[in-house]
Design a binder for this molecule. Structure first.
Ligand code: GUE
Length: 296
């Protein structure tokens, strides 16, 4: 049986460390980091995640501003709101919850966010800086995965990593982060041939494809570290359940260590959003960025 990688257990001390940095910011500089979350429409999963972000931000003493827009909103109205938030000195981080409705040009919306306030790290400037090892805001989910990996796997140098999924928000940035830690990285996706055989070569396997229980035990190299980014809602026995991209039961018999869903990557994503908001705040006020909290 493999070791369980507990996301809550690593997220809690990270959030505490962030919280400790807020008091001196407030007392000495009069600054309270502010996170603005823009939610378009009323998707129940999105509502839930936005609520988690808001609750966590407030719990550690940040300001949180949630802007709700109708599902029918047009590009102009959304871009106007972002422009307003870009100029608002109370707002240090802006997150536009994805997915957006089809009439919205998501790429244009992401590009409208000021790169210094882009706490998702989705702006092409931040994506490019990360790819070239510059000083970027790094997407929260891959950053959280990397922290879990470094904590449980130790030095990643020379390890064979396979990232399943090539999205701009998880797969691609994850591959860049692993490369930066000197892994040998392969990005696999829906057109990859012999997916199972490829995955079996991985010392580190990160699954981020949104396919419930795609990765079964026979895809995993014995002893490998498995990070499950998937959050799929499925119906079973008349109830809605949350399952990952990894079939936990069979995978945990083979893997050396594995994240559960829920309680794995999710809590780290939220904690890294808090970290990015703190970093963005420091940068905007020319305060040395709190890089000693974590080094990556
Ligand atoms: N601009 C943008 N940035 C995002 O970071 C972003 C987004 N859009 N759209 C949706 C995805 C999804 N996401 C999650 C965050 C936390 C949990 C989380 O806390 N999950 C818990 C509980 C899950 C549950 O109970 O539903 C867990 O896995 O233990 C899940 C998913 C952020 N996303």
């Amino acid at each position: 049986m493999s070791k369980l990688i507990d996301g809550e257990k690593l997220a809690a001390p990270l959030c505490n460390a962030i919280e400790e940095r807020l008091a001196p910011l407030r007392q000495r500089q009069g600054i309270t980091p502010g996170l603005a979350v823009v939610l378009v429409g009323g998707d129940s999963a999105s509502e839930r995640y936005v609520r988690k972000k808001q609750v966590r931000a407030e719990a550690i003493g940040m300001n949180s501003f949630v802007h709700r827009l109708a599902d029918s909103v047009n590009n102009r109205a959304l871009l106007t709101l972002i422009e307003q938030l870009n100029h608002d000195p109370q707002v240090h981080g802006i997150l536009v919850q994805l997915p957006l409705p089809p009439q919205i040009d998501a790429s244009r919306v992401i590009r409208a966010i000021h790169p210094d306030k882009d706490v998702d790290g989705f702006h092409p400037l931040n994506a490019g800086l990360m790819a070239t090892h510059g000083n970027a805001l790094i997407p929260c989910t891959p950053l959280g995965c990397l922290m879990l990996l470094e904590h449980h796997h130790g030095d990643l140098s020379g390890q064979r990593a396979v990232v399943l999924g090539r999205s701009n928000i998880v797969g691609k940035p994850m591959a860049h982060l692993l490369l930066r830690q000197h892994c040998t990285v392969t990005i696999a996706h829906s057109r990859t041939q012999d997916l199972a055989a490829l995955c079996r070569q991985a010392d580190i396997l990160v699954a981020a494809v949104g396919r419930p229980r795609l990765v079964t035990g026979d895809w995993i190299k014995p002893g490998a570290t498995v990070i499950d980014v998937g959050i799929n809602r499925i119906e079973s026995d008349g109830r809605t359940r949350l399952v990952g991209d990894v079939d936990f039961v069979t995978a945990s018999e083979v893997a050396g260590a594995i994240t559960p869903v829920p309680g794995g990557v999710g809590p780290m994503t939220i904690a890294c959003l808090m970290l990015n908001t703190l970093r963005a705040t420091c940068r905007q006020h020319d305060i040395p960025v709190a890089d000693d909290i974590v080094t990556n």
